[in-house]
Design a binder for this molecule. Sequence first.
Ligand code: FAD
Ligand code: NAP
Length: 337
Amino acid sequence: MHNLKQEVSLKSFNTFGFDVNCKGLIRIYSISDFQRFLNHSFKPFKILGGGSNILLTKNLNDYVVKNEIKGFDILEEDDYQIIVKVGAGEIWHQFVMWSLAHKLCGLENLALIPGTVGAAPMQNIGAYGVEQETAFLSLNAIQIETGESHTFSKEACHFGYRESVFKNKFKDQYFITHVTYCLLKGEQNLHTHYGAIQDVLNLKEIHKPSVVDIAEAVMDIRNSKLPNPKEIGNAGSFFKNPVISTTHYAKLKSKYPTMPNYPISSDAVKIPAAWLIEQTGFKGLIRNNIGVHKNQALVLVHYGSGDGNELLSLAKEIQNKVKTVFDIDISPEVNIW
Ligand code: FAD
Ligand code: NAP
């Protein structure tokens, strides 16, 4: 294929900045590009967006297909909403900025999440009490086995907490080409109750926040707390927050009265994994070229010249320690290649 590069380093294609090679990198700019690609025998292959949710542990015996499908296509518009179909290779944060520039709401809490629009439904990205599924309408994807184009409704995607059908039943079976969202006009259904958003708004003396105010508050918090991958390699939260039974929670609570907790149903409680990791002493750890971020224990970091396997070993050590101390399993959110 004309845009195939052989034996490419993926160092600049993953936000951890690990230096591993793949057999070849192919950029895909359109549906027909991908269908042509499927007709060649470049197998096996992996799909890459912005590389902000992957941990590369070894040189890959795979080709890597980079999604570069662009474009914003307004399909419908009335007084209340806009339905927009977005190319999966668009940058998520630029899509959020596009929505704010068009005075649309729905994505403001999801500002500054790295990566592409096509990867957003993969793990149903979420932050500050909002998940992309709230605005999601449907997506188009090509089935790798047949080359056929399919449309998935919201129900068909089986979205959950950092989950979708594409991480489970249909793992590695579809190439997402476009995602369609419904964004609302006016300032509707705003979420300011989560994390530190309200504190930031209070500090700025903003009593009736606009969507732009909320997005700016979210960006301020993120910039102050999270390491910028351009400065310190990371993939955001390495682990998902575990959900435990109320019985298990009650036992732990008597031993750890300050343990933060968020009830999610009558018999289940979410415990912030960052707190568990901090309690087990890993926060701020620096070990050779890798470590645990000093401000956010859920973020494992790479300081440069390290190896993805070192980081994976540290992740396993953290999992074991949390299991021993709290009898809680924490599982990676990051995709391990
Ligand atoms: P990649 O890392 O390239 O890929 C992730 C997975 O999706 C891989 O399995 C890949 O094969 C698959 N994939 C990618 N594109 C496609 C496609 N078109 N079709 C089929 N499969 C595809 N996540 C959150 O949910 N909330 C946050 O607040 C958040 N904050 C973050 C902060 C930082 C600093 C960082 C580094 C990461 C953060 N993340 C967060 C994680 C990450 O940004 C998201 O998971 C993002 O959606 C990943 O997008 P990507 O394009 O980089 O995907
Ligand atoms: P935070 O505000 O310090 O909160 C710590 C944890 O408590 C979060 O994990 C969050 O769970 C939970 N939490 C806070 N307020 C809550 C509420 N009102 N109801 C239920 N749960 C609540 O977290 P942070 O680290 O600064 O992150 C802020 C937001 O950005 C979070 O939503 C987080 O998920 C998201 N984020 C995600 C990534 C990633 O890579 N996935 C990276 C950075 C930030 P949830 O995580 O379930 O929201």
